[in-house]
Structures are given as C-alpha cells and as structure tokens.
Design a binder for this molecule. Structure first.
Ligand SMILES: NC(=O)c1ccc[n+]([C@@H]2O[C@H](COP(=O)([O-])OP(=O)(O)OC[C@H]3O[C@@H](n4cnc5c(N)ncnc54)[C@H](OP(=O)(O)O)[C@@H]3O)[C@@H](O)[C@H]2O)c1
Length: 259
C-alpha cells in the first residue's frame, strides 16, 4: 500500500535507537524527509546512515535533548513546519514510589508529558493551516496496564493521555490527527532494561525470567521495532485520516481487557 506521504516532512523525537528509530525508518521508506534527534551524536549518526541506506528521502539529524526548551528549539529550527510529529523521549527509571520526591516526579512529567505537549503547541496550528498533519505520541501499555515499579511512567503518561483526549478532536476537520501508540515489550534497550529490573526484583536469572515472561504473553514473543514503526507510518498515512484521538496498543495481546 502506498501511504501517499512522499515528500512530507517529519520530526521524530528521540530516534537514534529503538522505537523512535523504527518510526523514522518506516516513514523514510515511504519517502518522508525525516529529522532524527537524540542526545548522543555517535548513535544518531549511525541511525542516519542506516536509514539513508534504505531511502532516497532526506535524512537529517539534530543532536538535542527533547526534554529541554533548547533541544526543542533546535529541532524546530531545523524543521520549522513538519507535516508529521512523532513525540518520544526516554522512559523514567523503574523503582519504588516511596523513593521518589518532587525532582523525580518533575523530571518524569517534563520528559513524558510536557515535552510532547510543547512540541504539539508549537506545530499544531501550522498543520491546521496547511490542512495536513499527523501527530503520534509514543506512550506505553502502562497507560492501560499500570505496573507498580513503573509508577513515574504510569503517572506522567496518563497525564499526557488525558491532555491529548481533550485536544485531539478539534483539528480533525482540518485533516490533522493526533493518536497515541502504546508499546508493550517491544525488543529495544529500554525493554531489556525493564525486564532486568523485574528479574532483579525477584532474584531470578534474567534469561529464564524473560523466557517465562514471554511464554505468558498471547504472542509468545517480544514485539519487533519494525512492526511498531510500520504502525506509526500507517497512522501518519493519508488513508488513516479518519483515525484520531485513539490509544492504540501494540503489546502482543498483553492487555487483557475488552476496551
Ligand atoms: N520498548 C518497549 O517495549 C516500551 C514499552 C513501553 C514504553 N516504552 C517507552 O517508549 C519510549 C521509547 O522506548 P525505546 O524502547 O525505544 O527506548 P530505547 O531503545 O532506550 O531508545 C531511546 C531513544 O531515545 C533517545 N532519548 C532518550 N532520552 C532522550 C532525550 N531526553 N532527548 C532526546 N532523545 C532521547 C535515546 O538516545 P540518547 O540516549 O542518545 O538521547 C534513544 O535514541 C520510552 O519512553 C519508553 O519508556 C517502550
């Protein structure tokens, strides 16, 4: 299927590795000019080369911390009028809520709620004027299936989800959609870190814990980043214009509810 995105421009936040990189790759394969970002220059350049090798679209990089105003300024200076915005940032550390004070909470809310809101604030009206826009926020299965040790993520991402629910419908009449994509156990560095924290908490061997964990999932395996990227690209497609304000799980069936 041709997603009819050739020549569009996209900012993909936090995209030198993992889910962000997979989204950038899938969009670039559709002929979208992509602006990748991350804090570490070397891995960002490696991602640029990897994506440039499979796409003739422009692949650009901005070394930036998306959780800072300066980082977001740099991204928007490099690509001032994106057609597509994929919001993403590193996840907060796992732990025990009794150990988290004001700073830990402010950091999580800043990274996983406010940064996305600020990027939307600064790009949405331009998309509305140009009568095309796609915003995808990478959140987490934890929004629907909270996990005790990921309290900072549960809380901050639920805040973003509530905010999006409030603003996502009005732009639909202008062909601008806003959706959240909720990963659960997609095979990235972050996923392996979360599994290690879980296995450490039980004193179990990591490999045995991981095997048993995935055996309990309906899909019986972790997700593949490219599967996640393809879904992101579809949400950005012309064909997906009628999908907005949704929370779309990509968790191999982990979440057991009807809705
Ligand atoms: N993988 C999963 O199954 C899963 C499940 C639920 C939620 N999530 C969430 O999805 C998001 C992406 O996860 P992932 O699995 O792709 O993680 P990952 O493999 O660890 O990749 C994280 C990427 O984000 C960049 N990054 C981190 N902090 C940044 C910042 N402040 N500014 C700019 N770039 C930043 C990293 O590069 P630098 O470090 O060089 O900046 C890297 O490119 C995270 O919030 C994670 O918690 C993932």
């Amino acid at each position: 299927m041709d997603f009819k995105l050739k020549g569009k421009s996209a900012i993909i936040c936090a995209s030198s590795k993992g889910l962000g990189k997979a989204c950038a790759k899938a969009l670039a394969e559709e002929g979208v000019h992509v602006w990748l970002s991350a804090r570490t220059k070397e891995t960002l350049e490696a991602a640029r080369q990897e994506i440039a090798a499979i796409s003739s679209a422009g692949v650009h990089t901005v070394v930036a911390d998306v959780t800072t105003p300066e980082g977001r300024d740099a991204l928007l200076k490099a690509c001032p009028t994106p057609d597509i915005l994929v919001n993403n940032a590193g996840g907060p550390p796992p732990g025990n809520f009794r150990d988290w004070g004001q700073q830990e909470w402010f950091d999580a809310v800043n990274a996983n709620m406010f940064s996305a809101i600020d990027m939307i604030r600064r790009t949405l009206d331009g998309m509305v004027e140009r009568k095309f826009g796609r915003i995808v926020n990478i959140t987490s299965v934890a929004v629907k299936l909270p996990q005790a040790e990921l309290g900072l993520s549960n809380g901050a991402r639920a805040g973003l989800t509530g905010f999006i629910a409030g603003i996502a419908r009005e732009p639909a009449q202008h062909n601008v959609t806003i959706n959240n994509l909720l990963p659960g156990f997609i095979d990235t560095d972050r996923m392996r870190g979360v599994l290690k924290a879980k296995s450490d908490a039980t004193g179990a061997d990591l490999d045995q814990f991981s095997d048993a964990f995935f055996e309990r999932l309906p899909a019986k395996r972790p997700g593949i980043p490219d599967e996640f990227g393809a879904t992101c690209a579809f949400l950005c497609s012309q064909q997906a214009a009628y999908i907005t304000a949704q929370n779309i799980l990509m968790d191999g069936g982990l979440y057991p509810g009807t809705f």
